[in-house]
Structures are given as structure tokens and as C-alpha cells.
Design a protein around this ligand. Structure first.
Ligand SMILES: [Zn+2]
Length: 238
């Protein structure tokens, strides 16, 4: 077992290790959230691409439907033109001519619709090609970011193992009684169980400690507590 001064020094070191480990663990706790956020960013881009694709599919379906309407109309036209050769009265003739006119009007409307569709498909395809290029770059960037986060997390996990090991090693040199006090105060103060006193002021709570006690601290022969915050206190900067 180390002497009291050494034990106090170990507690100070222990607190430093635990603070550092706390920060690392906090960062590690955020890793899965960060990765999930980046994954959902990738997903949202993929969804946009999917939407665009199904928009193009719809346009193509419409185009094919128009095409078949156009063919049907052509058949009607041929029929009507046949009828024209067989008409017997002028009235009938006028009626078939009107029929043919109507079919032609419908056909050109369909043609116009088809051309519009083709234009829309072309525009959408250009957009999707552009989007895909952009997404590739974005994805690459996001994946790089993920890799950095994962590598950092990996290093953090290694650091934590090292810190834990160091913590275990140095804790062995502190008496169980002192260790219990330290651990209890750590809970109670949410982290800072041991604090220096500088110019008679406890650095844990910024309150003055009695001069007599301040002088006793110089001896490092026992564990002393701040009368205000109960933290373990030691003299000056160690
Ligand atoms: Zn204090």
C-alpha cells in the first residue's frame, strides 16, 4: 500500500483518468446516432432517385397507352375511309367526312400528347442522370465521414481499455477505506471527488477552509474533507 501522500496523488490521477474516460464514453454513446443520421441521409437521397424513376415509369406507361390509342385510331380511320367508298347519299357522305375529321383531330391530339410525354421523359432522364452523379459524390462523402467516425470510435474503445487497465492498476495501491470514500464522493459530487485547495480556497466549491486545516493539509498524513462540500481536499497543485 502506498503512503497517504502517494494515495492522494493516485486519487488525483484516478480522477483525471475517469474524467477522460467519461468524455470518451460520452463520444462513443453518440456514435450510433451519428451513423444512423448519415445512413438516413443516404436513404433520403435513394428515395428521391426512386421517386424520379417511378415518375419516368409512369410517363412511359402513358406513352405506351397513347401509342396504342393512336393505332386504334388509325384502324378507325381506315374503316371510315372504306365507308367513304360505299356511301350512297350526300348526307351519308358528309357524315363520314365528319367522322374522318373527328378521328384526325383526335389522332393529332394523341400525337401531341405523345410528343409532350417524350419531352418529359427526356428531361426526367437527364435529371436522374445528373442526380445519380451528385448522389454518388454525396454518398462517397458520407461514407468517408462514417469511416472517420468508426475509426475514431475504434480508437476510443482502445483508449478506454487502456484507461480502465491503468485505473485498475493504480486503484490497487489505495486502501479500500480511502477508495470507498472517493467512490462515494464521486457519486455525490457527480465526478469531482477530490479538489486542490489554493490559498485556503477549496477549488471544488470556491469556499475558504479554516487556516488550521490548510496548514494540516501540508502534512499529507490523512484524508481531509472540505467542511463545505465534503470533497477530499489536498494542498496546492499536485
Ligand atoms: Zn469545498
Amino acid at each position: 500500500m502506498a503512503n497517504m501522500k502517494e494515495q492522494i496523488e493516485i486519487l488525483i490521477h484516478l480522477q483525471k483518468i475517469e474524467t477522460q474516460a467519461g468524455k470518451i464514453n460520452f463520444a462513443l454513446a453518440g456514435v450510433s446516432k451519428k451513423i444512423a443520421a448519415l445512413d438516413s441521409e443516404i436513404n433520403s437521397y435513394e428515395n428521391i432517385a426512386e421517386e424520379k424513376k417511378s415518375f419516368i415509369d409512369d410517363l412511359r406507361k402513358k406513352y405506351r397507352a397513347s401509342e396504342s390509342d393512336y393505332q386504334t385510331n388509325l384502324a378507325f380511320l381506315a374503316k371510315s375511309q372504306d365507308k367513304l367508298t360505299a356511301v350512297k347519299t350526300n348526307k351519308e357522305y358528309q357524315s363520314v367526312l365528319k367522322e374522318i375529321d373527328d378521328i384526325k383531330i383526335k389522332s393529332s391530339a394523341i400525337e401531341e400528347e405523345m410528343l409532350k410525354n417524350l419531352d418529359a421523359i427526356e428531361t426526367a432522364e437527364q435529371e436522374i442522370t445528373k442526380l445519380k452523379k451528385e448522389f454518388l459524390l454525396i454518398k462517397e462523402k458520407i461514407n468517408e465521414e462514417k469511416e472517420i467516425i468508426n475509426k475514431e470510435a475504434e480508437q476510443n474503445r482502445i483508449d478506454i481499455t487502456v484507461l480502465d487497465e491503468e485505473k485498475n492498476n493504480i486503484s490497487k495501491k489505495v486502501s479500500s477505506e480511502v477508495m470507498a470514500k472517493y467512490n462515494m464522493l464521486k457519486e455525490f459530487t457527480k465526478g469531482m471527488a477530490i479538489a486542490p485547495t489554493i490559498d485556503s480556497i477549496c477549488q471544488g466549491c470556491n469556499m475558504n477552509i479554516p487556516p488550521q486545516m490548510y496548514n494540516e493539509l501540508l502534512r499529507f498524513d490523512s484524508i481531509k474533507h472540505c467542511p463545505h462540500c465534503q470533497r477530499i481536499i489536498y494542498w496546492g497543485k499536485l
